[in-house]
Design a protein around this ligand. Structure first.
Ligand SMILES: Nc1ncnc2c1ncn2[C@@H]1O[C@H](COP(=O)(O)OP(=O)(O)OP(=O)(O)O)[C@@H](O)[C@H]1O
Ligand SMILES: [Mg+2]
Length: 206
């Protein structure tokens, strides 16, 4: 009996997670990593989850390509504690790249998506710096409007160095981030394919 129940819960949990994750536009390569049980509790994952649990509302992940920034940011959207908030999966979590956000903000047909991103309780803006330089103000605007809402959590990833980030977005964005948010430097290149336990609390696979 108990076994049947836990089987149901496990299956329901997985289906819900997958549906939610797709609704949130989390890239399938990251979801597949979890589905294959290859997600590892890297320092980047620990630090970003730790920062959000400690109440940091804006977290910038800096680091070179392949250091696990996007995977770590996705963990925050997928952490079970956030999944079943009132209002269902909509507006709870959203994933967008900086470039997609800028493009969507010019596109009348994507107004709904832009609003979802602006209102999402948990938002990942991936790959800051890859948008067109003349679009940077849009990203800055998004970040600062989300600062003003106490309930919203924003995760940013970038390949830029701290200095380049400051040059691109101005010193105010970074200093405000250091004040009220957290900056996580990712340096460990993660090799794919090695199995390890999922981060505790980030996954209930039973
Ligand atoms: N926590 C993790 N567990 C298992 N594999 C991981 C983890 N983090 C990263 N990887 C592996 O490293 C690859 C690169 O990770 P990710 O895409 O997060 O890097 P990134 O820092 O965002 O890179 P880029 O700057 O190019 O966007 C993943 O596709 C995956 O194979
Ligand atoms: Mg990435």
């Amino acid at each position: 009996m108990t076994d049947l129940r836990s089987e149901w819960e496990a299956a329901f949990g997985r289906i819900y997670r997958k549906t939610f994750a797709e609704l949130a536009h989390i890239p399938s390569r990251i979801l597949n990593l979890r589905e294959r049980g290859e997600l590892r509790n890297t320092r980047a994952v620990q630090e970003v989850l730790g920062a959000v649990r400690a109440g940091k509302r804006t977290v910038l992940l800096l680091g070179r390509p392949g250091t696990g920034k996007s995977v770590a940011a996705a963990e925050v959207l997928l952490a079970p504690v956030h999944r079943l908030q009132d209002g269902g999966p909509h507006f709870v979590g959203e994933w967008i790249t900086a470039r997609e956000y800028c493009e969507a903000s010019y596109d009348h047909d994507q107004r709904g998506r832009v609003r979802d991103v602006q209102r999402a309780l948990y938002l990942v803006v991936d790959d800051l710096g890859l948008e067109q330089p003349h679009d940077r103000q849009r990203i800055e605007g998004l970040i600062s409007s989300r600062y003003d809402d106490d309930a919203q959590v924003t995760l940013l990833t970038t390949n830029l160095t701290g200095l380049e980030f400051q040059e691109a977005y101005g010193p105010r964005v970074l200093s405000r981030l250091r004040e009220v948010g957290a900056v996580v430097a990712c340096s460990e290149v993660v090799r794919p394919g090695e199995r390890q336990n999922a981060p505790s609390g980030a996954e209930e696979r039973s």
